[in-house]
Design a protein. Structure first.
Length: 322
């Protein structure tokens, strides 16, 4: 099996040669498309280098971690890290990418012109034949244009669930895989969510360094926390604004919800895990983590299920509330 992955590490050998060291521990970032994965890999590599970690990233499958660890990396992988995204925003982001001018014109011409039409076609496909077969002709990984995927672009049918349960990213078995995806989510080294990008970085920093970073210390002002520290993705830059979703009718959004039903279960589990991580950090290090959730796509409209901004107060959330 030829694994496709990128090196995100900030360690000198990787930075200068594009190659991995021979004995450093590795984190495998499962890069689910359109979840700020490129920024996440860069940021994690920057703050994990002083612990000797190198970071590799792939738009592959969760199962690749064990297969790579048993073969080319010979036990060096310490775990899987990933970001998930709110399903409605995730689907809309996929459509925007598919119609972007960065893609060849022959592929853009295949795409329905409106988001509503695109969703309707995928919804019909989901309830008729569904996805089944190898869309990459036996290759472990292929660019979207080299696949037989409809419209030569992403398949939005529970895409996040698919990457957490597949053997190959462009092979579909035509069966429910949410149970496997949830088990893998639970066993991952770290799971963050794009809508709480800053808080996700803080939670992962704690997991790697066993301490609170100065840029995550909520006793400081934001200016003090972020002075001299660059976060490449502040979540306002590429996340779809909720106002854009309001442009679509309830029928369209219901269809989106229907084709991402499993992704919603996965995302809710990821939110719960991130909040749990923040509470553990508060108890262990005796600091507030409320500022971890201050930076939203639209600061006054955090996604459902997250605590509102409460400066100076300790996070106290019932994880089973929605």
């Amino acid at each position: 099996l030829n694994f496709n992955f990128d090196v995100c590490s900030s360690l000198p050998d990787a930075r200068e040669t594009g190659a991995l060291g021979w004995d450093s521990p590795l984190l495998y970032q499962l890069h689910i498309p359109r979840t700020a994965g490129t920024s996440f890999c860069t940021d994690v590599a920057n703050f994990s280098a002083d612990r000797g970690f190198e970071v590799i990233s792939s738009e592959g499958c969760y199962s690749w971690s064990k297969r790579m660890n048993d073969s080319i990396f010979d036990g060096r992988l310490r775990g899987v890290i990933m970001m998930l995204r709110e399903p409605r925003r995730h689907v809309l982001s996929q459509f925007h990418f598919c119609q972007s001018f960065s893609r060849p014109a022959q592929y853009r011409r295949l795409l329905p012109r409106s988001f509503a039409h695109w969703v309707a076609m995928w919804h019909y496909f989901h309830h008729s034949s569904g996805m089944f077969g190898d869309y990459a002709h036996g290759r472990a990984w292929a660019t979207l244009g080299d696949t037989d995927l409809p419209f030569k672009c992403y398949c939005p049918l529970n895409l996040q669930t698919h990457h957490l349960s597949c053997a190959y990213p462009h092979v579909y078995l035509g069966k429910k895989t949410i149970d496997q995806a949830l088990r893998n989510l639970e066993s991952a080294f770290f799971v963050g969510v794009q809508e709480a990008y800053y808080g996700s970085l803080c939670a992962l920093y704690v997991k790697i360094h066993k301490q609170i970073s100065p840029w995550c210390d909520c006793r400081r002002t934001m200016r003090e926390r972020l002075d001299g520290f660059w976060i490449s993705h502040f979540n306002r830059q590429t996340t779809i604004n909720p106002a854009r979703l309001k442009n679509w009718t309830e029928d369209v959004l219901r269809q989106v919800d229907d084709i991402t039903r499993d992704d919603r279960l996965l995302y809710d589990a990821a939110k719960e895990r991130l909040l749990h991580d923040s509470i553990l950090a508060e108890r262990r290090y005796k600091v507030s983590t409320s500022c971890w959730f201050d930076v939203w796509t639209t600061p006054s409209h955090p996604p459902p299920g997250y605590p509102a901004k409460r400066p100076g107060h300790t996070l106290n959330v019932n994880l089973h509330q929605e």
